[in-house]
Structures are given as structure tokens and as C-alpha cells.
Design a protein around this ligand. Structure first.
Ligand SMILES: Cc1cc2nc3c(=O)[nH]c(=O)nc-3n(C[C@H](O)[C@H](O)[C@H](O)COP(=O)(O)OP(=O)(O)OC[C@H]3O[C@@H](n4cnc5c(N)ncnc54)[C@H](O)[C@@H]3O)c2cc1C
Length: 253
């Protein structure tokens, strides 16, 4: 049931599909169901409700990569050939859906933008947070400084993201996402730590998030006002089991 915090899911129509890069597929949603969707939600998230063969619904979380008056772009990291050996329902849907089909969509949930007023910004993530990082980099003021590091599945998944001239961007390639959890933290640690007030934003696979948390919070001392860190998925677990792992991790902090 809809509550004040949780609006009822709306039915959106697939307008188009496109391959952004070999392992990233864009599904553009629109149609009459978008009419009362709040404006300026790029970087926020939606909950896709995917019907399963047994009649149940799988709920999966995805970032609003871009929003126009009549459309939302959602970018899906394709990870069908991973340790699990099969694509989950959201990935399967992104691979097979055709324009004209519909889907129930919950949300939106709030974006986690980079707060103004810091001397340097550090961003880290994998292909699941590439959409959010893209939005965050594009929103930085032209004189912002910082560094971003993103893990992608292949050379051809590296995108040249619009960003201020003072923000450098490095890519790591890991064909099997989630299996090299130290990579992002090691890449950030290898960089000179910026001068002044640092804000760090990181979202990726659970074990990679823990390695980044250890670097940014425990070693570098970034507190809650200077750090957003989130686990977006966990290797070997579907989203429902990942949620439980996240809750247990939060209780242990
Ligand atoms: C706030 C938020 C925003 C997100 N935004 C995006 C987004 O914009 N784009 C995006 O692609 N993802 C995004 N994610 C991550 C996405 O929700 C998960 O990857 C989700 O589990 C995928 O659902 P699925 O049905 O394909 O796989 P599931 O059924 O959840 O899992 C099936 C199997 O696939 C594995 N798996 C799941 N995700 C991955 C992966 N990325 N790489 C390798 N194996 C994986 C699981 O470990 C499991 O073994 C976001 C997550 C959060 C919390």
C-alpha cells in the first residue's frame, strides 16, 4: 500500500533500448505513468518490480541515470557470466525487454549528491554505480578538484565522463565483477591524499565497499559528514539476501 514515504508503484513503458558499452545496457522508460513523476531525480533510484515465473515479484534497485520531461534512462550493468553463472531477474529483463513492454516501478528514492564546499572529491565505484558517479561528476562546479576510480568489466566499457578539468578519472578492468574486492581501495590508496577538506563517495560490491570503508573511514578518518559509502550488491547473493548482509554489517559497525 502507498504511504507518505513510499508512493504506489507506477506502470512505465519501455520507450527504447540501447547498448551503451559491451556490458552496459540502457533502458529508457516513459509513457503515461511518468506524468506525475517528480522532476530532477537524476542520481536517485527506483525499485523495479520484476515478475518471476513462479508468480512472485523480484524487486531490484536502479539509479536514474538521466531524466527528461518524458523519459527516464536506466543503465544496467550486465553481469550474466559471473561467478553465479546466471543473470538475475533485472539483468535478464534488461537483456530481453522490447519497446512497448511495461514494468511496475516504485520510488523514486533520494539521490546522494556530493555536498558543496569541499576542497577535493574522491569517487569510487564499479559498473553498478557508474550511473550515479556520472550524475555526481556532471553536477560538480567547474573549479572542483578530485579523483574518480571506476572498475569496469572490459576496456570498451570505459566511458569518458563529463567532469571538471581538475577531476582525474582512472579505470580498472576486472572481467569478473566482485572477485577483486581490493582493487578500488588500492587504486585510491596509491594516489596522493588531497590537501584540505576531502569528501569521498563510494558505492560498489559489498567486499569492495568494506575495503574502501577501511581506507576512507578507518585509515583516513573521514566521518559521516565527509563520506557516503554504500554496498550496491554482493557477489553470490541476490538483492534480497544482500539486503540482509547489509543489515548485519550495519549492526556490527
Ligand atoms: C541505490 C542502488 C542503486 C543501484 N543502481 C544500479 C544501476 O544504476 N545499475 C546497475 O547495474 N546496478 C545498480 N544497482 C545494483 C543492482 O541493484 C544489483 O546489481 C542487483 O542485484 C541486480 O539484480 P539482478 O536481478 O540482475 O541480480 P540478482 O538476482 O540480485 O543476483 C543474481 C546473481 O547475480 C549476481 N550479481 C548481482 N549484481 C551483480 C553485478 N553487478 N555484477 C556481478 N554479479 C552480480 C549476484 O551476486 C547473484 O549471484 C544499484 C543498487 C543500489 C542499492
Amino acid at each position: 500500500m502507498a504511504t507518505a514515504n513510499r508512493p504506489a508503484p507506477r506502470v512505465l513503458t519501455v520507450l527504447s533500448t540501447a547498448q551503451v558499452s559491451p556490458n552496459m545496457r540502457r533502458i529508457t522508460l516513459g509513457g503515461p505513468g511518468l506524468a506525475d513523476f517528480p522532476a530532477e531525480q537524476q542520481g536517485g533510484y527506483v525499485k523495479l518490480r520484476l515478475p518471476l515465473p513462479d508468480g512472485k515479484i523480484a524487486v531490484r534497485t536502479y539509479t536514474i541515470r538521466a531524466q527528461r520531461a518524458d523519459a527516464l534512462d536506466i543503465d544496467f550493468a550486465l553481469h550474466a557470466e559471473t561467478a553465479s553463472g546466471h543473470a538475475g531477474p533485472a539483468t535478464e529483463w534488461a537483456l530481453s525487454v522490447e519497446p512497448g513492454e511495461t514494468i511496475e516501478v516504485g520510488g523514486p528514492g533520494p539521490a546522494k549528491p556530493l555536498p558543496a564546499g569541499h576542497d577535493a572529491y574522491l569517487l569510487a565505484g564499479d559498473m553498478t554505480s557508474l550511473p550515479a558517479i556520472t550524475v555526481n561528476l556532471a553536477a560538480l562546479p567547474a573549479d572542483a578538484r578530485g579523483h574518480a576510480v571506476i572498475e569496469v568489466m572490459s576496456e570498451d566499457d570505459k566511458l569518458d565522463l563529463p567532469r571538471p578539468a581538475g577531476v582525474t578519472l582512472d579505470y580498472l578492468v576486472a572481467p569478473q565483477p566482485g572477485l577483486q574486492p581490493q582493487g578500488l581501495a588500492e587504486a585510491l590508496a596509491a594516489r596522493e591524499w588531497p590537501q584540505g577538506a576531502v569528501y569521498a563517495w563510494a558505492a560498489c560490491e559489498f567486499s569492495g565497499m568494506k575495503a574502501l570503508r577501511s581506507l576512507l573511514r578507518d585509515q583516513r578518518g573521514l566521518g559521516p559528514d565527509s563520506l557516503y559509502i554504500s554496498s550496491y550488491w554482493k557477489s553470490g547473493l541476490n538483492e534480497d539476501a544482500h539486503k540482509i548482509a547489509k543489515r548485519e554489517d550495519a549492526q556490527g559497525q
